[in-house]
Design a binder for this molecule. Structure first.
Ligand code: T1G
Length: 697
């Protein structure tokens, strides 16, 4: 195993190369190696400069996140940075790949910085619930000024080499390998008699109204603390001597390191990478997909087609008529024009996508050669079965036949074909070209390579793919139905939809459940209630006030009125007074005396219902691991990332407290609040959902 930091001498230049695959994370060995490398260069007679670069995929991609939560080991990263800067020799960093977090902080502590054109860099610590903790909040603003530093630290966004050069983050961009461009740049500096240039010795950056910046960061982050803490750290760079600023940064960093938000966001980071790793897919080769068919060019079908075109696939979109086909083309062009206007898509690529790559057809024969078909037709079983019978007759052997159904039984759909092993669910979330979540629903007879093909397509489309089993609603919508019902019970018992929405946006959701219903369309829930009515359990409490709203033609945003009145503006509708009238009438009819609910109880009931149903989904094998449920809600349902997802949230509350809540709520309604046996077992054994994640790894 080569040293984490290699040392070699090229003329009068000492070269330190990082060898810690896969991302040259700044783990203990790498930190020790850097300090030893600097000390060796200083003692190496004749050495006049030091070059630092990364072997493999990237320059340092940051601190080793796997060390977080464990007792920190010296040398701490800020000390490594300050030791590099204190070197009496000129130190140059040559960057490629992604120089992120502590990686960029190492570069900022160097005296000069060069990068290849494809290099990207940034300080993404806020995405982990932290702030830069190795002097980045003190050195960066000394190079860029306060405002660009606040933008980069609070957004965590990556910038390319060109933007980094224009901001003054780096000094030069050059084609070549990081080693070659680094050696050439060091030689250029030596030949020109350049001096050391310690960033910490640059003047403190000019101040701004930091309180205003702090408040803005807090408001934008919807309860997440780290962006606002980043503002305060940069304020210290402006108002304090460097060493005191570093101490303030450290204080803020350590405070954040101890928060649940940091635990939640790091859980999300690793879960995002673990969710696609399933033993059943090990060694299974996906089928090759070059061209796909999409049936149905409505919002969902057009969104799926857009996502496929953007990933370089050819698409045959089938509609019932030429007019409907052209309307679908219009939706796809509308979806792509957004990327075009934002400069994310060149005109040339746009023309290729909507030209050669997209075929609009009205005859199933046009699908005879595609490798995979996704149907996004009307959510009715008879319609889906008809589609799959036709696909079975037309598609080539080995073609994957996928349904985008939100909840219908995929085993029943598969049984309509002679090839159930080729049938799978690919449940996209609208808008399909924007939402990250894809539920890959594996039916009883789905072949392993068909499941692997679903995951491979998801990866190609840039989705977060989560494996789900077949049940009504799979993972997300099944659990949604339960916690949405808990909200409805609170409305009948005294809470208002508006209080519930506010309690949950204060918890961190982007939107409350009633605003979400208005966005999705109240008619969807109305149809579901009608569909499920015949099999409803006599003890099930299902309000009817929302049916009255739909009967009056109020479906939410699409009709301008639902729980809220929108009057042409999608943002911030105002409560619809008719709704409370309908609720009060229903309460009276049911003989219910409304009571007060605190925001805390609203959140506890809502979350207990979500977690309890999640435990049942786990027990039934519909979801493989608790982290899969977390990823569904973080990537598809606006669950606040700093809460880690419902199952991580429950672990951090204490499963015993969640179970105690469920038992308390069951006193009102022991039919709805039936504790999941898995939850009871975990509490009895003193285990957590994370223990289940570890056991499944
Ligand atoms: N530490 C430990 N492991 C990491 C890691 C890190 N920083 N980054 C990635 N990995 C693992 C990852 O879990 C996966 O493992 C493998 O590497 C490939 O990752 C003090 C406090 C660099 C853009 O936030 O954004 O510095 O699943 O699949 O798509 O101020 O990884 O293979 O076992 O994502 O090519 C700041 C986080 C840390 C960067 C590469 N740095 N990483 O993407 O590969 S905090 C970050 C990424 C910090 C200082 C602060 C991406 C990537 P496995 P991958 P990729």
């Amino acid at each position: 195993m080569p040293d984490a930091i290699g040392y070699e001498r090229i003329g009068d230049i000492a070269v330190l190369s990082a060898n810690n695959p896969p991302v040259n994370a700044l783990g203990y060995d790498t930190r020790v190696g850097l300090i030893k490398g600097i000390e060796r260069a200083e003692a190496d007679t004749g050495v006049r400069a030091v070059l630092i670069y990364g072997e493999g995929a990237t320059y340092f991609a940051g601190a080793d996140i796997r060390e977080f939560g464990k007792p920190p080991r010296e040398p701490y990263l800020p000390d490594v940075c300050n030791r590099i800067e204190a070197c009496p020799l000129i130190v140059v960093s040559a960057m490629h790949g992604t120089a992120l977090g502590g990686g960029l902080e190492i570069a900022l502590s160097s005296h000069y910085r060069i990068a290849v054109p494809s290099a990207r860099m940034g300080l993404p610590e806020v995405n982990l619930g932290l702030i830069p903790g190795a002097t980045g909040t003190q050195r960066l603003p000394r190079l860029t000024g306060v405002e660009p530093a606040i933008d980069l630290v609070t957004s965590g966004r990556q910038i390319g080499a060109k933007e980094a050069l224009s901001l003054g983050v780096i000094d030069k961009v050059a084609e070549g390998t990081p080693r070659d461009i680094g050696l050439a740049y060091v030689q250029e500096l030596l030949d020109s008699g350049a001096n050391r240039r310690a960033v910490s010795e640059l003047p403190a950056p000019a101040p701004i109204d930091f309180d205003a910046a702090y408040d803005a960061a807090l408001a934008k982050a919807r309860g997440q603390l780290s962006p606002a803490y980043g503002v305060r750290a940069i304020q210290a760079a402006s108002e304090k001597p460097f060493a005191e600023g570093v101490a303030e940064e450290r204080r803020l960093f350590i405070e954040l390191m101890g928060t649940k938000q940091r635990q939640g966001m790091i859980h999300a980071f690793f879960s995002e990478r673990a969710v696609g790793k399933l033993p059943e897919l090990d060694g299974v080769t996906p089928r090759e997909v070059k061209a796909i068919g999409v049936i149905g060019g409505g919002t969902m079908g057009a969104g799926i087609a857009t996502a496929a075109l953007q990933s370089g696939l050819n698409v045959v979109l089938l509609e019932m008529s030429a007019e409907a086909g052209e309307a679908a083309r219009g939706r796809i062009e509308g979806n792509l024009s957004g990327a075009l206007k934002r400069g994310k898509l060149s005109q040339e690529k746009y023309d290729a996508m909507v030209g050669k790559a997209l075929t609009i057809a009205t005859d199933y024969q046009a699908l005879s050669d595609v490798d995979l078909v996704i149907e996004a037709v009307f959510e009715r079983m008879d319609v889906k079965k008809e589609v799959f019978r036709k696909l079975d007759a037309v598609c080539k052997p080995g073609a994957v036949l996928a349904t985008n159904t939100s909840y219908l039984d995929i085993d029943e759909i598969a049984a309509e074909t002679s090839r159930p092993q080729d049938v799978i669910g690919l449940h996209f979330f609208s808008p399909a070209h924007i939402m990250k979540l894809l539920e890959v629903v594996v039916a009883a007879k789905t072949a392993p390579e068909v499941a692997a093909t679903g995951f491979a397509l998801g990866k190609r489309l840039g989705k977060i793919s989560v494996r789900a089993g077949v049940c009504d609603g799979f993972i997300g919508n099944r659990i949604l139905k339960t916690y949405r019902t808990a909200a409805e019970h609170m409305v009948l018992d005294g809470a208002s939809p508006y209080q519930i929405d506010k309690a949950l946006t204060d918890f961190g959701f982007a939107m409350g459940p009633y605003a979400v219903s208005d966005l999705a369309g109240l008619d969807i829930g109305w149809m579901t209630r009608q569909r499920l009515a015949p099999t409803r359990h006599p003890r099930e409490r299902v309000p009817t006030y929302a049916d009255r709203l739909c009967e009056a033609g109020h479906y939410g945003q699409k009709t301008g009125k639902g729980y809220y009145i929108y009057e042409g503006s999608r943002r911030g509708g105002i409560p619809n007074p008719e709704v409370m009238d309908l609720i009060e009438a229903e309460r009276a009819q049911l003989g219910l005396t409304p009571r007060d609910f605190s925001d805390d109880e609203i959140v506890r009931r809502y979350m207990a219902a979500m977690v309890n149903e999640g435990a049942k989904v786990l027990e039934e094998g519909i979801a493989r691991r608790p982290l899969d449920i977390d990823m569904v809600f973080l990537s598809g349902y606006g669950f606040p990332r700093y809460q880690g997802g419902p199952m991580k949230w429950a672990d951090m509350q204490g499963l015993d407290k969640v179970l105690a809540d469920i038992r308390t709520f069951a006193k009102d309604d022991d039919w709805f609040w039936q504790p999941a046996p898995l939850l009871e077992r975990l509490v009895a054994e003193g285990k957590t959902f994370d223990d289940l994640n570890k056991a499944a790894a």
